[in-house]
Ligand binder design. Structure first.
Ligand code: ADP
Length: 447
């Protein structure tokens, strides 16, 4: 086992990793930018090291600075969290070259899944159902129109390098194809330096269902059920739950087994998430994320497993510590993402926290790096906390969420808390009757 792990991240996820390290008796190293000298992850870690100025590109995304920090502190392994360098194959390769262990999958698996076209091809070859669409990249408007005619409109044109909801355009008819195709291409080029695009049938009312998988790189692969993340704004998740209210135990077992078998066959190592759209009882693969997800705590809650601990165990060469048969669902969990944002436009709201009080009590977990007097810097993501509740069933989890949101105090900045209070007044949220478009439509209608 490692003696010392460096966490190449900040905020709540850095704390999450420090907590797992401490329980395992492993020393933790926090890296930070100059803007984060007073951040909670710096206060909580065993050792700290400044790796550069405020902008992420000069600090948390600087591969040389992070490798140098490992050398200075003697850390043997790096946990990347999510975002930043967590899905950067070049980073993983550089660590390997320096004899450092990346807590995550191989550079090759990250590369394959980071390109959505090769990811989809790989998934299809492993027997995972995919969204009908073009075979590989689409090079011209003429070709795009031919595919649109074959599959029938609407279709979605997606940048193969896309992420974070960028580089996607819907064409409702052939008349819209040219402009949608050229825009998706231009966005891919501008945001990711890659203008390759592909085309998929646009599903009209799907839910977003993702399967948590784990592999040990030694032929072992399991799934930990699904999360439903259908409540999205601009393709970004805001409310996540497990299990999915629309998924039956039989469906879970069937799609879960397909995913677990695929992971075992690939020789995949560590945590991963296979994302699907789910419509009329069918699953359609859209992408795979080769890292820990923001919403992993809902899975931890219902399975009673520590996914970060498992990542560390697997990275240090252990086999999976649980078998599929040992994984049993207990109750229902919901997570809401608390962002420092001003409603109704969700514009960033950085600044000083004048008062912070975290909710508590039975079945409540608050993952946050906030404290009284903390100044949220304007340079990074607006996520400031994740409130996770666990109950015996969905009704109890919703009641607990309502109760915990009422206890939470975050003064000094605007947050997305009022959004969740409003959502909890909606009948559809209580019945679980929504698809990926519900939240956008509800916001457009004035919330
Ligand atoms: P990103 O990598 O940018 O997150 P994804 O491929 O994961 O992109 O898609 C993000 C979201 O976009 C999905 O959760 C869904 O809301 C929407 N989406 C993607 N593909 C389709 C499709 N074929 N039909 C309908 N909606 C889609």
């Amino acid at each position: 086992m490692f003696d010392k792990i460096l966490i190449a991240n900040r905020g709540e996820i850095a704390l999450r990793v420090i907590r797992a390290c401490r329980e395992m008796g492993i020393r933790s190293v926090a890296v930070h930018s100059t803007a984060d000298a007073d951040a909670m992850h710096v206060r909580m870690a065993d050792e700290t090291i400044c790796i550069g100025p405020a902008p992420g590109t000069d600090s948390y995304l600087s591969i040389p600075a992070i490798i140098a920090a490992c050398e200075v502190t003697g850390a043997q392994a790096i946990h990347p969290g999510y975002g930043f360098l967590s899905e950067n194959a070049r980073f993983v390769q550089a660590l390997e070259d320096h004899g450092l262990t990346f807590i995550g999958p191989s550079a090759e698996h990250i590369r394959t899944m980071g390109d959505k076209i090769t990811a989809k091809e790989t998934a299809a070859n492993l027997g995972i159902p995919v969204v009908p669409g073009s075979t590989g990249g689409v090079g011209s408007v003429e070709e795009a129109k031919k595919i649109g005619a074959d599959f029938g409109y609407p279709v979605i044109i997606k940048a193969t390098a896309g992420g974070g909801g960028r580089g996607m355009k819907v064409a409702a008819s052939e008349a819209e194809m040219e402009s949608a195709f050229l825009t998706a291409r231009a966005e891919g080029k501008a945001a990711f330096g890659n203008d390759e695009v592909y085309i998929e049938k646009y599903l009209q009312k799907p839910r977003h269902i993702e399967i948590q998988v784990f592999g040990d790189g030694q032929g072992g692969g399991v799934h930990l059920g699904e999360r439903d993340c259908s409540l999205q704004r601009r393709h970004q998740k805001v409310f996540e739950e497990a299990p999915g209210p629309s998924i039956s135990p039989e469906e879970r077992a069937r799609i879960g087994k397909i995913c677990a078998d695929a992971i075992a066959k690939m020789g995949y190592s560590g945590a991963g998430t296979i994302e699907f759209l789910y419509e009329d009882g069918e699953f359609y693969f859209i992408e795979m994320n080769t890292r820990l997800q923001v919403e992993h705590p809902v899975t931890e809650a219902i399975f009673g497993q520590d996914l970060v601990r498992e990542q560390i165990l697997v990275a240090s060469g252990n086999k999976l510590s649980f078998s599929q048969d040992e994984l049993e669902i207990n109750g229902h969990a919901i997570e809401v993402r608390i962002n420092a944002e001003r409603l109704p436009n969700f514009s960033p709201s950085p600044g000083k926290i004048t008062q912070y009080h975290a909710p508590g009590g039975l079945g409540v977990r608050m993952d946050s790096a906030l404290y009284d007097g903390y100044k949220i810097p304007p340079y990074y993501d607006s996520l400031i906390g994740k409130l996770i509740v666990h109950g015996r069933d969905r009704t109890e989890a919703l009641a607990r969420l309502n109760r915990a949101l009422g206890e939470l105090i975050v003064d000094g900045v605007d947050t997305t808390v009022p959004l969740f209070h409003a959502l909890l007044r909606e009948k559809d949220v209580h019945t679980g009757d929504y698809n990926i478009h519900w939240l956008e439509k509800w916001l457009e209608a004035g919330g």
